[in-house]
Write a protein that binds this ligand. Structure first.
Ligand SMILES: Nc1ncnc2c1ncn2[C@@H]1O[C@H](COP(=O)(O)OP(=O)(O)OP(=O)(O)O)[C@@H](O)[C@H]1O
Ligand SMILES: Cc1ncc(COP(=O)(O)O)c(N)n1
Length: 264
């Protein structure tokens, strides 16, 4: 059985973060492990509290995992502050972690800051070098590139600019632009577009977390980057199409949709 580790924040309402990741990894029939960087008190209407894990304790969790059940891939989501980022980067280097997907979570869909303002530089300088792939959404790609992104050609410019200083693949997710759900991978000078119809479903809480952990599952199973993203998009689209409607705000995805059908 392939093993996938998620390093992320907990969403007590189960839609995003660690909970979305574990559901995704389990639906891919893989073994899920978690290092919790932060506890959040949140639901479909917003984030009401954040309690960060002590950085040393993040390190202790990583030691427990890498000295025992070594993951085939790692997904990183909410990392909260620069001390936590530093310890994660150090441990990933120490244990030579493979197939690392970094979702540079900055602000929740509901508008709460999930990465402290001064931690963005640490994210770029310390975590990106450990990554095989980074997966910014449009607002995150704007911060990372310093460009305004309002269409596909601006997505391409931003991806090139971000990739210029990084060795890893850059996947800009287009969920925040109008029209089809188009994501762009820029990798070693090549571009790949992933276009799917926009599903009419207001319940999109956790789409970014789900996509990045599904990509990590693809990499764990030995697929290349482009193929891992293609199958992750299919998984995500199915979980959106299933049309779960929970909570008073932007609700979570349905990760059970593929339990009854052949979902690889
Ligand atoms: N309505 C939709 N229909 C189909 N695909 C969508 C829809 N909304 C988002 N996506 C897809 O979901 C993935 C995540 O995209 P998005 O740009 O929303 O990231 P995000 O903002 O990080 O997600 P999150 O809402 O979890 O923070 C992308 O593959 C995007 O194309
Ligand atoms: C713990 C945690 N991680 C990530 C997100 C981002 O997800 P979204 O943008 O859908 O709110 C979140 N809300 N909570």
């Amino acid at each position: 059985m392939k093993k996938v580790l998620t390093i992320a924040g907990s969403d007590c309402s189960g839609g995003a973060g660690i909970q979305a990741d574990i559901k995704t990894i389990t639906a891919h029939k893989m073994y899920a492990m978690s290092v919790i960087t932060s506890l959040t008190a949140q639901n479909t209407t917003g984030v009401y509290g954040i309690a960060d894990t002590a950085p040393e304790f993040v390190g202790q969790q990583l030691d427990c995992i890498f000295t025992d059940i070594v993951p085939d891939a790692v997904k990183i989501g909410m990392v909260s502050n620069s001390a936590i980022i530093r310890v994660i980067a150090e441990k990933l280097r120490q244990y030579d972690a493979k197939n690392v997907v970094v979702d540079p979570v900055m602000i929740s869909t509901s508008g709460s800051r999930l990465l402290s303002e001064d931690a963005c530089d640490a994210l770029v300088s310390q975590l990106f070098p450990a990554a095989s792939l980074i997966t910014p959404n449009i607002p995150e790609a704007e911060v990372l590139s310093g460009l305004d992104i309002s269409d596909k050609s601006a997505m391409l410019q931003a991806a090139e600019k971000i990739a210029f200083s990084q060795q890893c693949g850059v996947l800009i997710k287009g969920g925040h632009l109008p029209g089809d759900a188009c994501d762009l991978l820029f990798y070693h000078g090549e571009t790949f577009w992933y276009d799917t119809d926009r599903i009419t479903n207001p319940n999109t809480h956790g789409t970014g977390c789900t996509l990045s952990s599904a990509i990590a599952c693809g990499l764990a199973s030995g697929k290349d980057l482009a193929d891992s993203i293609r199958s992750a998009k299919e998984y995500l689209t199915g979980a959106l199409k299933a049309g779960l409607d929970l909570g008073k705000g932007s609700g979570p995805l349905d990760h059970t949709y593929c339990l009854s059908s052949a979902c690889e």
